[in-house]
Design a protein. Structure first.
Length: 575
């Protein structure tokens, strides 16, 4: 059974075709949930200019031809041409039963699944992950989960910063530290990097050795590569620990660092040159994709080979997109990187199109995001002005969550309390990020994100745990979806929210905005709260009401758990 929004859209499209002809069958009827009715269609206003008729006249004609079977109880034309629609209670009950008996909760595989390559997290070797890596990691992982839920084949790519001139200084510093001190020194990656940088800036002899070591690295010298690999391994060990703590799905098998494209760079430049796209400009080879100009109006170059013959980030990014499209056969490439990189990736994609690598049906999208700010509205830093280490941030979240959980439910046993504290603390950090419009900056505030009121992870997690407590008090009574029957307004509001789950997930997969799923989950939780206060479950007036409300409660808990899971957040049964 289709969810109401899709079913109504199909019914209105059939009416459009019946009234105005086949060319109108594909018009979007703009079906949206409404505060005046169950749903509202806004198609008439959109057709005013095209048909040259008053919207109310158009709406009246559509309603007269609306064949919605057992879906619609009544329609009402409101305002300048809106159509308010009230659904039949029997339809809602049947639709809920269908969702409740479906292991996928109504989520279906899209008609044409994509092979999606999603590039996210991307830490740098010999540097600890900090708060700046938080958004890419969390957003990318949530989008990967949502896209997989739609039946797409998702290939995760962690574009590790593991190549380039800084590695000369890092490897030389590793040699100076010596074999015995290497592991100890690299256990504090930031300190290791800073020590290497200090020597490079202050010791000309060390700097000269470092430049020579870069040449050896690029020439695949065996000892140099072995030392480089030690740096990479130490970084990945740190990153893996963080990924496990964050409960994201990235692992070592997903690493596709800059070094993996090193052998492809010359070929990329050669192909661009042969196609007449790469031209010499001030000693460098550049591509000038149309539509990109500086403040002076001059074309902006994408440098693919520097004056000294070396390659930069643009060449690596071009090699990666060519590889993902040509070898991995991606039909959708997503790169989850901060907003300041917008023009860079726009130029890379434009160049890939000019080269013929990026052609329909394949598409590439930069998924930009804003910054994490402190309470002062500036970039989030420690009191000492340093970048916040991500590990410290997550540890602090769990410590604070532990205090909240102990206060909320002191009866939890120690093991459960610790498990819940981790779920609440990590979930709070992730949800605070995901519930914000990703293109905007947001202020990091532990008190707000750990609150049990408002649009927060703890509120949603508590709603789920509250429902599970109902079944513990129900003494083993199992919910039976066959008994679901919608009658009261509070039941109806909850039913309408639950049935929108597949539609919301589909929208998030298309527009890549996880905050829409967060907003929806909050709507479900608040609808359940209203339902729970007005509609007794265990103390329902009749056995039929009790069975129906138990089944409705169980479905709510499952959708809350599934929705949180798509965001990468755990839903404890007790809190």
């Amino acid at each position: 059974m289709a969810d109401p929004e899709h079913a109504l859209a199909l019914a209105f499209r059939r009416a459009l075709e019946a009234v105005f002809g086949a060319e109108f069958a594909g018009v979007d009827p703009a079906i949206r949930p409404s505060s005046h009715a169950d749903y509202q269609a806004n198609v008439a206003l959109g057709l005013k200019a095209r048909l040259g008729k008053p919207p109310r006249e158009i709406a009246t004609a559509l309603v007269a031809k609306l064949d919605a079977g057992d879906l619609v109880e009544k329609t009402e034309i409101a305002g300048p041409g809106f159509v308010n629609v009230t659904l039949r209670s029997a339809y809602l009950s049947g639709a809920l039963r269908a969702v409740a008996t479906d292991a996928a909760l109504g989520l279906v595989t899209v008609a044409a699944p994509d092979t999606v390559v999603i590039d996210y997290s991307s830490p740098n070797v010999a540097k600890e992950m900090h708060v700046g890596h938080l958004r890419s990691t969390i957003l990318g992982d949530a989008l990967a989960r949502v896209l997989e839920a739609q039946g797409n084949r998702v290939l995760r790519q962690n574009h590790l910063g593991d190549w380039g001139t800084p590695f000369g200084m890092l490897i030389e510093h590793l040699i100076d530290v010596g074999e015995d001190g290497a592991d100890r020194s690299m256990s504090e990656l930031n300190a290791f990097y800073q020590a290497a940088r200090k020597k490079f800036d202050g010791d000309p002899a060390f700097a000269e050795r470092s430049r020579g070591r870069v040449v050896l690295l690029q020439g695949s010298d065996a000892r140099t590569l072995s030392l480089w690999q030690r740096l990479v391994d130490a970084t990945l060990s740190h990153a893996t620990e963080l990924y496990e703590k964050l409960a994201v799905t990235l692992s070592r098998e997903h690493v596709a660092g800059e070094s993996s494209y090193n052998a492809l760079l010359a070929d990329v430049v050669d192909e661009l040159r042969k196609k007449g796209l790469a031209v010499e400009s001030e000693g460098a080879l550049c591509v000038f994709p149309p539509g990109f100009a500086g403040r002076d109006g001059a074309p902006v170059p994408l440098i693919v080979q520097k004056q000294d013959g070396g390659y930069g980030y643009a060449t690596t990014d071009l090699a990666s997109i060519r590889y993902r499209l040509g070898v991995l056969h991606a039909t959708r490439v997503l790169i989850v990187v901060g907003s300041p990189q917008a023009q860079h990736f726009a130029m890379v994609f434009a160049t890939a199109k000019l080269a013929g690598w990026l052609a329909p049906p394949a598409r590439a999208e930069h998924v930009p995001f804003g910054s994490v700010l402190g309470a002062d509205g500036k970039m989030f830093k420690t009191r000492g002005g340093e970048t916040v280490r991500l590990m410290d941030l997550l540890d602090e979240a769990v410590v604070r969550a532990r205090r909240v959980v102990e206060e909320k439910n002191p009866e939890l046993d120690p093991a459960t309390r610790e498990s819940v504290a981790r779920a609440v603390g990590i979930g709070a950090v992730k949800y605070a990020d995901l519930s914000s419009d990703r293109v905007k900056d947001y202020v990091f505030d532990f008190d707000r994100m750990l609150a049990f009121e408002g649009n927060t992870a703890p509120y949603l997690q508590y709603a789920h745990a509250r429902i599970r407590s109902i079944f513990r008090r129900a003494e083993g009574e199992r919910p039976d979806p066959a008994h679901i029957a919608i009658s009261l307004p509070q039941e109806r509001r909850l039913a309408l929210a639950l049935l929108r789950f597949p539609t919301v997930v589909g929208r998030v997969a298309e527009v890549l905005e996880p905050h829409q799923l967060c907003t929806y989950m909050f709507e479900v939780a608040t609808a359940f709260s209203t339902f729970y206060e007005a509609c007794p479950v265990l103390k329902a007036a009749t056995d039929e009401e009790r069975r129906s409300r138990l089944a409705l409660s169980d479905l709510t808990a499952r959708i809350l758990e599934r929705g949180l899971g798509l965001l990468g957040i755990d839903a404890p049964d007790r809190m």
